[in-house]
Design a protein around this ligand. Structure first.
Ligand SMILES: Nc1nc2c(c(=O)[nH]1)N[C@H]1C(S)=C(S)[C@@H](COP(=O)(O)OP(=O)(O)OC[C@H]3O[C@@H](n4cnc5c(=O)[nH]c(N)nc54)[C@H](O)[C@@H]3O)O[C@H]1N2
Ligand SMILES: Nc1nc2c(c(=O)[nH]1)N[C@H]1C(S)=C(S)[C@@H](COP(=O)(O)OP(=O)(O)OC[C@H]3O[C@@H](n4cnc5c(=O)[nH]c(N)nc54)[C@H](O)[C@@H]3O)O[C@H]1N2
Ligand code: SF4
Ligand SMILES: [Mo]
Length: 711
């Protein structure tokens, strides 16, 4: 960075990464100091939108609690006794340990983990594959991968709502299906501000959410389904659209396979069948299905709620089928298959699995699934099974682990088992901004840079462009996680997988076919693809048959249902009525909150003020019958345990449904535990039936009881 005068004011255009990123921003500096971040009104991706997390970036950057030097544990695990070391020492120790594990036990005895998608996703996966371990774990089974995989299997690519309207048409009908971006900011590269804009021009809005979220107030149809029953609702909507002959015949005949089988398959899934399951009346299901199918264009924005059930892959397939039978795939105002910017190498694992470096993973390490000609649906080791293996040693006990940007003690289920596993590991490295309950159990802490301290070619898997991000600050010795990975890979001899000298030369490689170098790209700020619609007319779909597959040949080959089915949540008033008498409330968890990104932000004053306490939202009448007042501390209890949350009363939920926030800890409560055992909702989830196709967990549909802390 060029050094500038002490108080010289300047503004640098950049792009925010306070969440999955999508908003272009203006970073205001005085001298070398970042003083403010504002939305960029000229941005075509976000048009000036900025959420509180983006605005809080300077608070994060300069936070006094940030760990800004590498640290090594001195005392016992969890004693909060650390010594500052140099990067040279830290990386030297990692090389020594990782080499020893590889030679003494085998590369599968090292595990790598990351949380939600971050700029380094292709680097962590590539590093694990190059090192030769199949034990890459994370949250993918709960987040996005199920939708992505269902899309790839059904039509070869991920369809995205056409909220930018490049074809001259905005969606006439919008369905918000378990997605709440207008209130929480952005997700997966879709900006909430752009959703709000699209809603203004839509003629009809359907909201599928057990909570009466903001947009539901203005919706034409609010389907307040019972949590976890999305699959049944989608099947009944397909049934209605076929029965009423509202399908796009031409599209179906020319570009799809398996329609006749679909028609037979859904005959039984009538709205009357779905009513007692979903609690949405048959009339309302029909009305919503008709509104969607009879609009000239329709876009379904599906969210994280679709992922977190024991039926998530199948539900995602049903929703894709809704998009397809109505002809909304790759048409203006529908669901588009983005055309990425020309010449930019695709480094999103959602656009190009090659970037994950699977080619470097020795085949014998992937295991028996590959021997049998099958492949796992999720590209991650199933977390609950993984943590348990470290506790039990069955089938073997991983020895070393590197956790980059994740807080599994809070964000994953079986929290007490995760804790045991973290204590069992021989050698753990955590890369993060802050000491967290998870990091406290590590041996080495590597300080990571925030987006203000990074250069990047921000490539959001869902979007039609890449955005420039410019390094404007440097605090302490923090480093970009990707630089650390390249450095370590070279020290371990993994040069074939990491042929780039450093991060900058990697960026030059990504851009080399555009004719721009990184500096010139930053000048431009954005490179966009040129949108073309209905590409299937000339290119077909990237599936085994070249057509959109209602009956999936990939599912068939893998021995899973070729046409989507519905499965009842494993714990529910219908599947476990006796348990439901003891635990009479349906628990959905983890609807995202505006100020926090999962476990992040609790130590950022401007964000914590928005949401000072961990909340459980519940119906005010139900609360009254339990003598619970707004703001009371309550126990939320399941068969697995209980936590304390504060009651947030409303009339937005059905009487027997409660919605609890996730990933709470209290940095102010002090190390090493920061109060994580008090209120983290994942203490309430243990063994359950997992989704047989993806391994997902029913975090949006469990059973609990709620009672006052003083009771
Ligand atoms: N019960 C329940 N559990 C859930 C969910 C739910 O809805 N209900 N949601 C799930 C979902 S969708 C997800 S994606 C997961 C998220 O799970 P995680 O990704 O584990 O959650 P975070 O709290 O975002 O991230 C953990 C840590 O990463 C650090 N961090 C942030 N950015 C960087 C970076 O660039 N580099 C490094 N090295 N560290 C960084 C943060 O400081 C934080 O401590 O949680 C899941 N857990
Ligand atoms: N501010 C903020 N933004 C974020 C994040 C964050 O933590 N904070 N996390 C990021 C990540 S990793 C993700 S995955 C996305 C997730 O963002 P979204 O995809 O919008 O998903 P959620 O906010 O988890 O849940 C959306 C809605 O699902 C509803 N819901 C609960 N149970 C059910 C159900 O069974 N069926 C249906 N149909 N709806 C249900 C909830 O009431 C909620 O309104 O957000 C990303 N953006
Ligand atoms: S929505 Fe995400 S990218 Fe946009 S300002 Fe907020 S944190 Fe930044
Ligand atoms: Mo997520």
């Amino acid at each position: 960075m060029p050094s500038v005068g002490m108080n010289e004011k300047r503004v640098v255009r950049s792009s925010c990464r306070g969440c999955h990123g999508v908003c272009q921003v203006l970073v205001h500096l005085e001298g070398d100091r970042v003083v403010k971040v504002t939305g960029d009104p000229d941005s075509p991706t976000s048009r000036g939108f900025l959420c509180p997390k983006g605005a809080a970036a300077p608070e994060l950057l300069y936070h006094p609690d940030r760990v800004v030097y590498p640290m090594r544990r001195k005392g016992e695990r969890g004693d909060n006794n650390w010594e500052r070391i140099s990067w040279e020492e830290a990386l030297g120790e990692m090389v020594e340990r990782l080499d020893a594990v590889r030679h003494e036990s085998g590369s599968e005895y090292f595990a790598m983990m990351q949380g939600t998608g971050r700029p380094y996703t292709s680097f962590t996966t590539r590093f694990a594959n190059a090192y030769g371990t199949p034990n890459f774990t994370g949250v993918t089974h709960l987040c996005y991968f199920p939708r992505w995989l269902a899309s790839v299997h059904t039509l070869g690519q991920l369809p995205i709502c056409d909220f930018y309207g490049f074809g001259g048409e905005m969606p006439e009908c919008i369905v918000l299906w378990g997605s709440n971006l207008t209130e929480t900011g952005a997700s997966d590269g879709m900006c909430g501000g752009m959703v709000t804009r699209a809603l203004k021009s839509a003629k009809s809005l359907i909201v599928v959410d057990p909570r009466r979220i903001g947009p539901a107030e203005k919706a034409n149809h609010w389907l307040q389904l019972r949590p976890g029953t999305d699959g049944a609702l989608a099947l009944a909507m397909i049934n209605t659209i076929i029965e009423d002959d509202l399908v796009d015949r031409d599209f179906i005949e020319r570009y799809t396979t398996g329609y006749d089988r679909l028609v037979e398959h859904v005959r039984a899934f009538t709205p009357e069948w779905a009513q007692p399951i979903t609690r949405v009346t048959a009339d309302d299901i029909r009305a919503a299905a008709r509104a969607y199918a009879s609009s000239s264009s329709g876009a379904i924005l599906w969210g994280n709620a679709v992922d977190m059930s024991a039926c998530n892959y199948q539900t995602a397939r049903s929703i894709l089928i809704l998009m397809a039978i109505t002809g909304n795939i790759d048409r203006p105002g529908g669901e588009v298959l983005w055309v990425p910017p020309e010449g930019v190498k695709q480094r999103s694992v959602f656009m190009n699995v090659e970037v994950a470096g699977l080619q470097f993973l020795p085949l014998d390490k992937i295991g028996r699934a590959v021997d049998a000609g099958m492949y796992p649906v999720c590209v991650s080791t199933h977390p609950p099974t993984f943590w348990r293996s470290i506790v039990t040693g069955e089938p073997y006990r991983v020895r070393a682990m590197w956790i980059v940007g994740s807080n599994p003690l809070l964000t994953m289920t079986h929290s007490l088992e995760v804790e045991k596993a973290l204590r069992n590991l021989e050698f753990t490295v955590v890369s993060d901004f802050f000491m967290t309950p998870t990091a406290q159990l590590a041996d080495l802490f590597l300080p990571a840079s925030t987006w203000l301290e990074q250069d990047d070619i921000a490539n959001i898997h869902k979007i039609w462009c890449v955005l420039a991000r410019k390094k404007v600050a440097q605090v302490g010795e923090v480093r970009d996680d990707r630089e650390v990975i390249i450095d370590l890979a070279h020290r371990l001899g993994l040069n074939e997988a990491f042929p780039w000298k450093d991060l900058r030369s990697y960026f030059e490689w990504v851009l080399e076919d555009t004719g721009l170098d990184f500096e010139a790209f930053c000048e431009k700020g954005i490179l966009a693809g040129e949108m073309r619609y209905r590409k299937y007319e000339t290119e077909g779909f990237a599936t085994p048959s070249g057509k959109l597959e209602f009956a999936s040949s990939i599912c068939e080959a893998m021995g899973i249902p070729a046409l989507p089915v519905y499965r009842e949540p494993p714990l529910s008033p219908l599947s476990t009525p006796e348990l439901a008498r003891e635990y009479p409330l349906i628990l959905t968890t983890g609807a995202k909150s505006k100020g926090f990104f999962h476990s992040e932000g609790r130590q950022i004053p401007s964000l914590r003020r928005l949401n000072p306490h961990p909340l459980v939202e519940m119906n005010a009448d139900t609360a009254a019958s339990l003598q619970i007042a707004d703001g009371d501390e309550v126990w939320v209890e399941t068969t697995e345990g209980r936590i304390i949350l504060r009651a947030h009363l409303s009339h937005r939920l059905a009487p027997d449904v409660v919605s609890a926030q996730h990933a709470w800890w209290f940095p102010e409560a002090g190390s090493p535990e920061y109060g994580w055992r008090n209120s983290s909702v994942n203490l309430l989830f243990g063994d359950t039936e997992y989704d047989p196709d993806s391994g997902s967990e029913p975090l949006r549909s469990s059973l609990c009881r709620v009672y006052g802390v003083r009771d």
